[in-house]
Design a protein around this ligand. Structure first.
Ligand SMILES: [Zn+2]
Length: 176
């Protein structure tokens, strides 16, 4: 059997696409977003998270950030910025663990991240409480560390205000 590339939904893990990849050294998992998790945003599943343009990234029904191996924020969507009460520009290029959300320097967050990097990639799914000065947020986190280590994803959903998602994205749609 030749190696496969499997595209999984970054949020729920459902397999979106599966293809033989004779040139790949081994099976490989990449990430997109399934139709259900897009919540009506697009009418086709996303098969490459990194190919999403910034407009679509900003309209995703969950927070999304992309971090380098060093934890520097490369991408930070408006959904997360609104939930966190931070301006996107104030976060880009910053060290996430030290400058943006120091509360994540914890065993269940940054240590998990470091372990995934050290083990050559993988993912984790857990609940976490962001502790900001303006208040606490109970969130669900999906952490996806890629094998090359430089385009890693952290997906965030507020568990206490999960129903607020609709109005947040509606507002963005009318603003664009
Ligand atoms: Zn999904």
């Amino acid at each position: 059997m030749s190696p496969e590339t499997v595209v999984e939904c970054a949020w729920c893990g459902e397999v979106i696409e599966r293809a033989d990849d004779p040139n790949a050294p081994a099976d490989r998992v990449s990430h997109g977003v399934c139709l259900d998790c897009l919540g009506g945003l697009l009418d086709m599943p996303v098969t490459d998270m990194h190919a999403l343009d910034s407009e679509d990234v900003n309209r995703l029904p969950f927070g999304l950030m992309e971090l380098t191996r060093m934890g520097v924020v490369r991408r930070y969507n408006v959904t997360e910025a609104e939930m966190a009460g931070l301006a996107v520009d104030s976060v880009l290029g910053k060290d996430f663990f030290r400058e943006v959300a120091p509360c994540t320097q914890a065993t269940e967050f940054e240590d998990r991240w470091r372990e995934l990097l050290a083990s050559g990639g993988g993912d984790a799914d857990f609940e976490f409480v962001f502790r900001f000065q303006r208040g606490h947020r109970l969130v669900r986190i999906r952490m996806i560390v890629e094998d090359d280590g430089d385009r890693n994803l952290i997906l965030v959903q507020d568990l206490e205000v999960a129903s607020r998602g609709e109005s947040a994205t509606d507002g963005l749609r009318s603003a664009s």
